[in-house]
Design a protein around this ligand. Sequence first.
Ligand code: EAX
Length: 326
Amino acid sequence: MSSSRSTHAALLAAGSVLSLALASPALAQTTIRISHATAATSHYGAGTQAFCAEIEKRTANRYKCTIQPNVGDERASIEAVQLGTLDATNTSTGPVSNFVPEVGIVDIPFLFRDYGHARRTLDGPIGQDLLAKFTGKGLVGLAWTENGFRHMTNSKRAIIKPDDVKGLKVRTMQNPVHIQAFQSIGVQPTPMAFSELFTALQQGVVDGQENPIPVILASKFSQVQKHLSLTGHVYSPAVLILSPKLWSSLNDADKAHFREAAKVAAAAQRKKVNDDENSGIDQLKKEGVTVSNVDGPAFRAAMTPVWSEFSKKFGADNIKKIQDFK
Ligand code: EAX
């Protein structure tokens, strides 16, 4: 893992110096390099492209982007943004709590009831307070975009009840909350970067993984996984992060443009998540995946005892505030 991570870091560093090109003698144009983990045609692509188009429009082309899709090591991207060798990234919260620990609260399984609850909470005061925490960690959190509710896939068997996952080797994100939750239901979690996942599934290094429908579709997991179980065990937020180096170079008017563009990105990304949720399961069936509904209450009951640990870590009152948020 370390060699692929350093290769990634080198790639990111090589291509991502904030470049200042003179488009005409009068007009300085700054190119922003922004990465995301999945294909250009995915929900991350939709959100990131919308962000960039909006920035170009609002700044009359003084700012434009070079988008780097398929940069699957989200942790390396965040590190690069922190260092300022990459200007921005549109990432899941998978690795984020390794940088901003308080953000781990949004990764708690069965915390959000549905998309509406998650989106309203993150766009409201709770989510905005969490975004403000990025600043103390050398990152600028601009807006919550979206990855989606996560479901389990594997190559061994249909999962209906929590007992069915016992003993399976499941790749998880490099996320302490997820790792703890999976351990609590008897899964052997194998945390790894997303960039390594397809090959790990193909070679049988792990039996399964869990991701939202848009990721399962865009990353063609139907080629390496037989079973999809609609566990919806956790909402996976995503966030648009900027380097403080870029942010501090912007004047106040441009900062406002970037913030507005990030809202446009969130809307576009969520729309693509909705679209993929609507058509994705049929599509995956066509691609040969067996889709199972699960015993939802049983999964919830299995994963909630570990909440007592999360209450200690994040504060029971903070968790309750999210649950109660209308
Ligand atoms: O952000 O690592 C993951 O499973 C993420 O969901 C994926 O890279 C998209």
